[in-house]
Design a protein around this ligand. Structure first.
Ligand code: NAD
Length: 499
């Protein structure tokens, strides 16, 4: 398979943005990094350099933390009323909506996303998260408590902002995953330092320009670009940081959990997944097949919740597998900026090699390739949507997070829900799962049996700012989104007056 990859023209505003010397944003100013080093940013569809970012070091992190610390300790942000903060967050959300085309273009060229998806999924969800959390800003409060001890007391709790937060994000959904952290932390009155991935820092930098334009006070949001080490690690180890909100791999999550022990900072971790999709014989296959294909091929499978393990009843196995293969043939693979593209490249050469390595191992262990399995062309980092059958739980392709467009299919014969759930739960991860059946009783019984933070019924990858999101087991610690996000960025203080 070969495709013709050209870089389509970008708008004048995006072209000017890409050419800008991207600096660090500290205390309301764009400043050079101490080391003077930069990092090339690539278009994954062509492998060409499209921009550069600053490689921050520990001395830059010190400045950013000092700015966030001062803004938190002295205000005005943490001392504003919830309504004042909420108004500014709402204004930001509306401005993001106005600039959706531009932001989507940047996200598409930096991450290799189809621009239409970037506009409606990435920018659309991001703006909604800020709109939703803007409402929470004025609704954060404690409660009165009736004490167990005899006597006259007036006791109540206060819910106070946790302080300075380091928000560290991966490369696959930069705008959305920053919003997961920023929207609630800003709502409750925290200040922060964002550290985007060195692979895809661009939309975060443009986002912060917008945030500055909207009128957020200096020091409330700071941005440090750079590598995981030294920039990310310096942030996580810093004693001026009160909490780390991290999204990324399990490997980095473990390092962060260990590094945070220095000052026992609070930590939330949104990590990897290997999400099962369970299809029952009575499922509406006209609806399920496109849903299952979308669950694995959306953003080339580089989604933490991607439906990577398909458990399908033996009686419908062949029909479902053929259906998913047919769906994959309909994908238009190309540059994300082409309007008809529905599947872009993987993020990097390293990621492509990693996925290919998994495929080689899977095949050597007996997996059969129904469709795909290869790289596409030699420009950029494209690969074919791939379906493997004859897989089993002992294979690395079934056990480990591949983070590519690779579906592993297993047929089951059992009718016992506990046995089916045990297969779905046979993983160190517990981020998400989907259940496909017309029988609502079966669906809800299965939802209870599956060990995952999100369970979808007759759908996959349904995200909403009001729904808590996070993982069981090694998929992470804590929850983002919904009311849970407000709890995670606040400390509870008990106040008790003896009358
Ligand atoms: P990664 O862990 O390599 O990097 C994530 C971020 O951490 C980057 O900004 C990186 O620079 C930084 N980092 C790296 N080492 C660090 C260190 N020692 N200290 C501090 N920061 C450090 O992850 P990635 O490859 O960018 O992203 C892919 C992973 O993210 C996958 O495992 C995926 O499942 C996961 N992910 C999870 C969710 C979720 O919500 N659960 C969402 C998206 C992605």
């Amino acid at each position: 398979m070969n495709i013709n990859v050209k870089t389509p023209a970008v708008s004048a505003s995006t072209e000017a943005f890409l050419k800008r010397a991207h600096k660090l944003y500290i205390n309301g100013e764009w400043v050079d990094g101490v080391s003077g080093e930069t990092i090339d940013v690539l278009d994954p569809a062509t492998g060409r350099v499209i921009s550069t970012s600053t490689a921050a070091v520990a001395a830059d992190v010190d400045k950013a933390v000092a700015a966030a610390r001062e803004a938190f300790d002295k205000g005005p942000w943490s001392k504003m009323t919830g309504i004042q903060r909420g108004k500014l967050i709402s204004k930001l959300a509306s401005r993001l909506e106005e600039l959706a085309d531009e932001l989507a273009e940047i996200e598409a060229i930096d991450c290799g996303k189809p621009v239409t998806y970037a506009k409606y999924v990435d920018v659309g969800l991001t703006a909604n998260i800020y709109h939703y959390m803007a409402g929470w800003a004025s609704k954060v409060s404690g409660e009165t408590v009736s004490l167990a001890n005899p006597g006259d007391y007036h006791a109540f709790t206060l819910r106070e902002p946790v302080g300075v937060v380091a928000a560290i994000t991966p490369w696959n959904f930069p705008l959305v995953l920053t919003a997961y952290k920023l929207a609630p932390l800003l709502a409750v009155g925290c200040t922060c330092i964002i550290k985007p991935s060195e692979l895809t820092p661009l939309s975060t930098l443009r986002f912060v320009e917008i945030l500055e334009e909207v009128g957020f006070p200096a020091g409330v949001v700071n941005v440090i670009t750079g590598y995981g080490s030294p920039a990310g690690s310096a942030l996580v180890e810093h004693h001026g940081v009160d909490k780390v909100a991290f999204t990324g791999s399990v490997t980095t999550g473990r390092k962060i959990a260990a590094a945070a022990t220095g000052n026992l900072k609070r930590v939330t971790l949104e990590l990897g997944g290997k999400s099962p999709m369970v299809v029952f014989p009575d499922a509406d296959l006209d609806r399920a097949i496109p849903g299952l294909a979308g669950a694995i091929f959306f953003h080339q499978g580089q989604v933490c919740t991607a439906g990577t393990r398909l458990y399908v009843h033996k009686s419908i196995h062949d029909r479902v597998v053929e259906g998913i293969a047919a769906e994959s043939r309909k994908l238009k693979i190309g540059h994300g900026l082409e309007l008809d593209t529905t599947m872009g490249p993987l993020i990097s050469s390293a990621q492509l090699q990693k996925v290919m390595g998994f495929l080689d191992q899977g095949k050597s262990e007996g997996a059969e390739t129904v469709i795909g399995g290869g790289r596409i062309g030699d420009v950029g980092f494209f690969m074919e949507p791939t379906v493997l059958t004859n897989t089993h739980d002992g294979m690395s392709v079934v056990r480990e997070e591949i983070f590519g467009p690779v579906l592993c299919v297993q047929a089951y014969e059992d009718d016992d829900l506990d046995a089916i759930a045990a297969k779905a739960n046979e993983t160190i991860f517990g981020l998400a799962a989907s259940i496909w059946t017309r029988d609502l009783s079966v669906a809800h019984k299965m939802a209870k049996r599956i060990k995952a933070g999100s369970v979808w019924i007759n759908a996959h990858n349904v995200f909403d700012p009001a729904l808590p999101f996070g993982g069981f087991k090694q998929s992470g610690w804590g929850r983002e989104e919904g009311a849970e996000a407000i709890r995670t960025f606040t400390e509870v203080k008990s106040v008790c007056a003896v009358l």
